[in-house]
Ligand binder design. Structure first.
Ligand SMILES: O=C(O)c1ccc(O)c(O)c1
Ligand SMILES: [Mg+2]
Length: 628
């Protein structure tokens, strides 16, 4: 598979863009004319710079407002095209994109346009160049790839072909199956972009909100399957107009782009196994059976504070690592590992971020294949020097920076706890917490899509809708990924402003990370009562919340009294109910949550987040959180 990306998709100047594109593993690049014009070097210099990076120029674009022009515009268009051909010769690329005309003076008519393209094909052929025609979704006369194909067909010239762009086809809800009847060798180039489903003007949507395949809501897989069915074997090129990407990290966006193409083609291969898709076969997405453990990096003193909090949550020390300063705390199936080994990655993580969840472990059927999947999707292997008696636990680095370990039932990993830890024989029933419900990651808003793509490309999970949480200091966007059976859930919270509670955590903790961990209980009232005995001081929730709750859901007053007495929050969807209880915060805004899900409730209590945040702010104001 030849991969390519348009220079418009990436931030920076041309050298920065090319550098990021090459490092991310693309084979080609579409040169956007503006990126060439604003760069202070000749096209021949750009050609050298591109090839020095080991890249090819896959396309030069866009050439606008060409077909169907009346004279004198028509002649001028051909003169203009010849000038662009000069540039292409210097650039060393043979393919130019012509997008459908938007000019008010242009005339319609399939045959008129076909005749123009035939003449352009003749001129291009004299120079050994080719022209691809793309229907813009907002083209004046041509805005549908089926019409563009009819023009190309009637132009009937070997140097004239069609360019398909997923955005233009799918934004107009044109059935991608219509692509199947186009001969593959007449498709000269394929551009890919996804987009969130928003009802808005097509041009505005396209120029500002495109994103990487898999990051949005458009049906890219059937689109690509239809293209593959034609026998098209040319480059797959990302053309992403996105304000956020253009101001983001060139490296990150380029890496995400490359990952999105690998992920898309893997999906296409699975959706249409009969097609010849030229990508390597990789293991399927990883099905996570459980979060096996969560590991904190902490200093000795900080570890004491963390342990004190865990004790009020009913955890007991269940073991100690045989040759590291690493302790295991347990309750039900929940394992919390606290690492204060001075000579370890944990210790370097602590020195940057303070106490933080620097790693977590996932139980899977086959740890080695899990890592293979992650690597095939562009993740990086993680390994730390082992000490005698320690198993090599397969691991990768997540795009947020955490380490993700994979544990399976194999000989080496199946009994890792009993082999590497001196286990105590205490009961771990505690206050009735059973398992980890979800990990909540906080990240900068502009890196949310990157994290979401990481999880959805590697794990067998789906995305839930985006919800907005109104923090008094600004908006926090939240989106979750979850396995179909609910055994693996991660919420991703994107903070736009440093003034939010989440933003404060990011700033003070020097980067993205797990801000809270939610534990499940099967009986929230029994657990909340038991936690009182353990000494937990829950996050106090305002009286007004409970008054409103009663009215909002029509709850019985004595039921609301029980919630109020135990500081439990409540939510409901369809048949399901959700109960939440929060610890107070630790460090720069880390906290624990205890939840009970009843009757298949599948959310995270988004409606309650604002009350939780307000309560956290009230408590943390003395230590300097801006009061919004
Ligand atoms: O927004 C545009 O004008 C534009 C230009 C060239 C393209 O290939 C495209 O998809 C859109
Ligand atoms: Mg395009």
């Amino acid at each position: 598979m030849k991969t390519s990306i348009a220079t418009v998709s990436i931030s920076g100047d041309l050298p920065e863009k090319l550098n990021a594109i090459a490092k991310a593993g693309f084979s080609g690049v579409e040169i956007f004319e503006n990126d060439l014009l604003i760069h202070d070097a000749s096209p021949a210099d750009v050609r050298r710079m591109v090839s020095d990076h080991g890249l090819e120029i896959s396309l030069f674009q866009p050439f606008r407002d060409f077909e169907g022009m009346p004279e004198p515009y028509r002649s001028r268009c051909f003169d203009r095209a010849e000038r662009k051909f000069d540039i292409m010769e210097q650039l060393g690329t043979d393919l130019m994109l012509v997008c459908s005309n938007v000019s008010p003076v242009s005339l319609g008519g399939i045959d008129r346009a076909a005749a123009d393209f035939r003449e352009l094909g003749e001129r291009a052929a004299k120079r050994g160049l080719r022209i691809g025609y793309e229907a813009l979704a907002w083209g004046r006369h041509i805005n549908d790839h089926r019409d563009a194909w009819e023009i190309v067909r009637r132009a009937d010239h070997p140097n004239i072909g069609l360019i398909l762009d997923s955005f233009h086809t799918l934004s107009r809800k044109i059935d991608p199956e219509s692509i199947r009847s186009i001969p593959g060798d007449k498709i000269f180039f394929v551009q890919l972009a996804d987009a969130p489903q928003i009802d808005m003007d097509l041009l505005y949507w396209s120029r500002h909100f495109r994103n990487m395949p898999g990051e949005g809501d458009l049906p890219l897989v059937p689109f690509m399957a239809a293209i593959a069915a034609t026998g098209y074997d040319g480059p797959l090129s990302l053309e992403i107009f996105n304000d956020q990407f253009r101001s983001g990290s060139a490296r990150l966006i380029a890496e995400d782009g490359h990952r999105s193409l690998l992920n898309l083609m893997d999906d296409v291969r699975r959706a249409a196994p009969d097609l010849k898709v030229t990508t390597d076969e990789v293991p399927p997405r990883i099905a996570v059976e459980a979060v096996e453990f969560v590991e904190f990096a902490a200093s000795l003193e900080d570890a004491d504070d963390l342990v004190a909090l865990l004790t009020t949550l009913g955890f007991v020390k269940a073991g100690q690592h045989k040759n590291r300063k690493v302790d295991l705390y347990q309750q039900g199936e929940i394992r919390i590992v606290i690492n204060n080994d001075p000579d370890s990655i944990a210790s370097s993580s602590y020195s940057v971020h303070g106490v933080n969840v620097y790693a977590f472990g996932l139980r899977v059927a086959d740890a080695r294949r899990a890592v293979e999947r992650a690597l095939a999707m562009g993740a990086e292997v993680f390994s730390e020097p082992r000490r005698p008696g320690e198993a090599a636990v397969p691991a990768v680095t997540a795009s947020g920076g955490e380490i993700i370990y994979f544990i399976d039932g194999s000989d080496a990993l199946g009994e890792i706890w009993s082999k590497e830890f001196d286990l105590a024989s205490t009961s771990t029933t505690g206050a009735g917490l059973t398992r980890i419900d979800h990990l909540a990651q906080t990240t900068r808003y502009d890196e949310m899509l990157s994290l979401l793509l990481f999880y959805t490309a590697i794990f067998d999970v789906s995305r839930s809708g985006m919800v907005d949480v109104a923090d008094p200091g600004g908006l926090v966007r939240s989106q979750a990924i979850h396995a179909a059976d609910g055994r693996f859930r991660v919420t991703i919270n994107g903070a736009e402003s440093r003034k939010t509670f989440a933003g404060h955590f990011l700033t003070e903790g020097f980067g993205a990370g797990v801000q809270h961990i939610a534990f499940q209980t099967g009986d929230i009232f029994a657990t909340a009562t038991a936690l009182k005995t353990c000494g937990l001081e829950p996050l106090p929730i305002s009286q007004n919340y409970y008054d409103d709750l009663e009215a909002r859901f029509g709850l019985m007053p004595d039921f609301v009294d029980r919630l109020r007495d135990l500081s439990i929050l409540y939510d409901r969807d369809h048949d399901g109910e959700y109960f939440q209880l929060y610890s107070r915060t630790f460090g720069e805004g880390f906290f624990f949550e205890i939840i009970e899900r009843r009757n298949g409730y599948n959310g995270y209590g988004a409606a309650n987040a604002i009350f939780r945040i307000a309560a956290q702010r009230r408590l943390s104001r003395p230590v300097g959180l801006p009061s919004g």
